[in-house]
Design a protein around this ligand. Structure first.
Ligand code: ATP
Length: 492
């Protein structure tokens, strides 16, 4: 067996982690959303090993098999019939299934390869090798197994099983790899594929993808296109975050075909098509572009101003977005032509309140408004950037963009700085600054990506939770780091 499949260490850790994490999950909400994003055909399965068979009786709606069963028959009763099921060693039809999940020992005729050589391999020696390759839970820890649709919060699962077709599965893998990227490695022992998924996931603590075996298709009714992934429960939230973000970036299921004979330049994700534009923005000189973002009122301007005094150049998208809609500017003209003079104040300036009310619940109008404003912001951004870098090709340029991550613009910059203040304090500061209630401030903040999630994208984080003096100290260290980073870039 693979030396990494170290039962005691990994599993003890997983158990500890699970008991801390399980309380936090609202499985119903999470599973329903995942079912929708992946259009899953069967229920994700909560899978749990029980130390005492008496614990089976504690599980609501549990059904015990009346006839001998295989493990994969039980799984399909959960994922397709919507049942909660439980079994102990004596409920299984033969010795192989319970031996994989540690409920019974492997008989000598299985261990020595005889069993596999009856059908699946040529010699007993091959059969022995086969048996030795199958990951199994250790014997003596558990007396029973329970499974139920995860969506009902039936119990704290040890692992979760998701059945999906290959297109859904690659999106699930992409989603799991979105944060803290890691290559996923999977195994295939052949028959007894439940060991590839279930036992391997238990033993490694990592997601484990498997091709359901012949037996699972014949007895467990896995469909031709089915794959299965077993994953630790704490990765479900990570998978959902990944799916949500990819969805926003246009990566969705079902995957729509772009057309095998079409010119694909217009079908590529925007970021791919924008690579030329990206090269132009980053330039051929030694400029260092730092995107600056955070929550509303987290102190982006405060930090940018401190860095400006130290020598950085600053471009502020908030300022530009106000300038481009000043009376008689191109975007102002397009807005008035489309929305009418109802969106103007008496002095000709935009009546922002009326305009935001109009677009608040009307996606089409909001997109129209953005189509007038965003290209003009882009023009101004490029023009300011060119001015700065013409004066100083070594400039460190801070570009303050409040919704930088929500708009998926992080790829434009060499580095990303997030100005962080805990959500709770953020709401207080916003309420104080704008003279609104804390509840109103929380509502505004809830329309943005949570600030802690933004931190995950950052190369640099400045905590602006303390006094301005604390922040100024952190900012001067940051400035030294940015200068070093810029010099490294110059040397390359
Ligand atoms: P917006 O999202 O509205 O553009 P912002 O992220 O640029 O805001 P600032 O305008 O820099 O945030 O700061 C928001 C408010 O919080 C301001 O009133 C500012 O004076 C105050 N502030 C900033 N940093 C601190 C701090 N460390 N302690 C107390 N108040 C602060």
């Amino acid at each position: 067996m693979d030396a990494r499949l170290n039962w005691t260490g990994t599993w003890a850790l997983l158990k500890e982690k699970r008991s801390v994490l399980s309380a936090h999950y609202d499985w119903e909400k999470l599973v329903r959303r995942m079912e929708l994003l992946l259009r899953l055909k069967s229920f994700p399965v909560a899978f749990k090993m029980l130390e005492s068979k008496a614990d089976l009786e504690e599980i609501p709606f549990i059904r015990r098999p009346k006839e001998p069963v295989t493990l994969c028959q039980l799984i399909t009763r959960v994922r397709n019939f919507d049942w909660t099921v439980g079994a102990e060693a004596r409920d299984f039809v033969g010795p192989v299934c319970p031996s994989i999940i540690g409920l019974s020992d492997t008989p000598e005729l299985v261990k020595d390869g005889t069993f596999r050589s009856i059908v699946w391999v040529r010699t007993k020696a091959d059969g022995k090798k086969y048996e030795e390759s199958i990951p199994r839970l250790p014997l003596g820890t558990y007396e029973a197994v329970a499974m139920a649709p995860l969506v009902y919060n039936p119990f704290d699962p040890d692992i979760v099983l998701i059945y999906a077709n290959p297109a859904q599965m690659i999106l699930l893998i992409n989603a799991l790899q979105f944060e803290d990227y890691e290559v996923m490695q999977f195994s295939c022992v052949g028959e007894s594929s439940c060991s590839d998924a279930i036992a391997r996931c238990y033993l490694t603590g990592k997601p484990s993808l498997a091709i359901p075996c012949y037996g699972e298709r014949r007895y467990g009714h896995a469909q031709d296109e089915d794959l299965v992934m077993a994953l630790p429960p704490d990765l479900m939230a990570k998978a959902l975050r990944g799916l949500e973000t990819l969805y926003k970036r246009g990566i969705r299921y079902p995957i729509s075909y772009a057309g095998a004979e079409r010119d694909l330049t217009t079908s590529y994700p925007v970021a791919y098509g924008a690579l030329d534009q990206l090269t132009a923005i980053r330039g051929q000189d030694n400029r260092l572009l730092v995107g600056v973002t955070g929550g509303i009122a987290s102190g982006k301007t405060t930090v940018a101003n401190m860095l400006r005094e130290m020598g950085a150049a600053v471009i502020d998208f908030d300022v530009i977005s106000r300038q481009v809609v000043e009376p008689d500017k191109p975007a102002w003209k397009q807005i008035v032509e489309y929305f009418g003079r109802q969106v103007l104040q008496e002095d000709g300036n935009l009546d922002r309140k009326t305009l935001s009310e109009i677009v608040f619940n009307d996606l089409e109008k909001r997109k129209k408004l953005e189509s007038f404003i965003h290209p003009q912001i882009h023009v101004q951004f490029i023009s300011q950037l060119n001015d700065i870098t013409a004066r100083d090709p070594d400039a460190i340029v801070l570009v303050v963009v409040p919704l930088l991550i929500e708009l998926n613009l992080q790829y434009l910059f060499h580095e990303l700085l997030v100005v962080h203040v805990p959500q709770e304090i953020l709401a207080e500061r916003l309420a104080l600054r704008d003279g609104i209630s804390k509840q109103e401030a929380e509502n505004i903040l809830s329309s943005q990506l949570p600030i802690d999630e933004k931190v995950g994208y950052a190369d640099f984080v400045i905590s602006n939770e303390g006094t301005l003096e604390d922040t100024a100290r952190a900012v001067s260290t940051l400035w030294e780091d940015l200068k070093k980073r810029q010099q490294e870039k110059t040397r390359r």
